[in-house]
Design a protein around this ligand. Structure first.
Ligand code: NI
Length: 227
């Protein structure tokens, strides 16, 4: 399932991010690609060693750690330090699947990539093309979100970014290792979480049905989570 998580960054935060990113030094995006994806990747990335990458990535991790919709959907065990990319006219990224394991050199950690995430930092009106297209079993879903919003999708899917034909597309991208590895189990927990929120609103926090179903949520999470 492809999820739209709105409002990870505010409008003011997006403007601040854009100003700092546009002043930073960009390198060829193939620096972090595997051998297959390097063949189809044509974009620019902020160097992993760039001070802006660590600073802005840390701010994104901070926002995600407090974003209830993200936490409920991803059930994150840990999040790979965010990277940043930039597509100018003529740049795109052909079909690929993200690497299963990411190694963060700075933190010396390995991550299993259960979910892929794109945080849009340019508004759809600022560029043409540059759509994230994700295979969903029926066909392709096109994703082009407002700046500050996050697309979260299974890292198991083939996806590509169509060539930008006008303007500049800035984004952050990263991966989530989830406490709950199986997508169908994450989906059950997310549906149950939303249902519990609805009945809390209708019946009140202390209604026996709310207490019981909240318990079911936590008992399923206890069975399925690797903490
Ligand atoms: Ni990708």
């Amino acid at each position: 399932m492809i999820l739209h998580i709105p409002g990870v960054l505010t409008r003011d935060e997006v403007a601040d991010f854009r100003a700092r990113l546009l002043a930073a030094e960009w390198v060829d995006g193939r620096a972090t690609a595997g051998p297959q994806s390097a063949l189809v990747k044509a974009n620019l990335q902020l160097s992993v060693a760039a001070p802006e990458a660590a600073a802005l990535g840390g701010e994104i991790l901070d926002r995600l750690g407090r974003h209830q919709a993200f936490i409920a959907a991803a059930l994150p065990a840990r999040v790979v330090p965010p990277l940043f990319n930039r597509y100018e006219a003529g740049m795109g990224f052909g079909d690929h699947i993200d690497n299963a394991i990411r190694f963060d050199v700075s933190g010396g950690r390995r991550y299993r990539t259960d979910l892929s995430a794109t945080l849009f930092l340019s508004d759809p009106d600022d560029y043409d093309g540059g759509e994230l297209r994700i295979e969903d079993g029926v066909g392709h879903r096109s994703v082009k979100l407002p700046a500050g919003d996050l697309a979260l999708y299974p890292a198991t899917t083939v996806h590509h970014v169509t060539p930008v034909t006008r303007g500049v597309r800035l984004a952050s991208f990263f991966w989530v290792q989830s406490m709950v590895r199986a997508p169908d189990q994450r989906q059950v927990l997310r549906d149950l979480d939303r249902g519990v929120i609805d009945i809390r609103g209708a019946l009140g926090d202390d209604h026996p049905a709310v207490v019981r179903l909240t318990g079911v949520y936590h008992n399923l999470l206890r069975q399925w989570a690797e903490a």
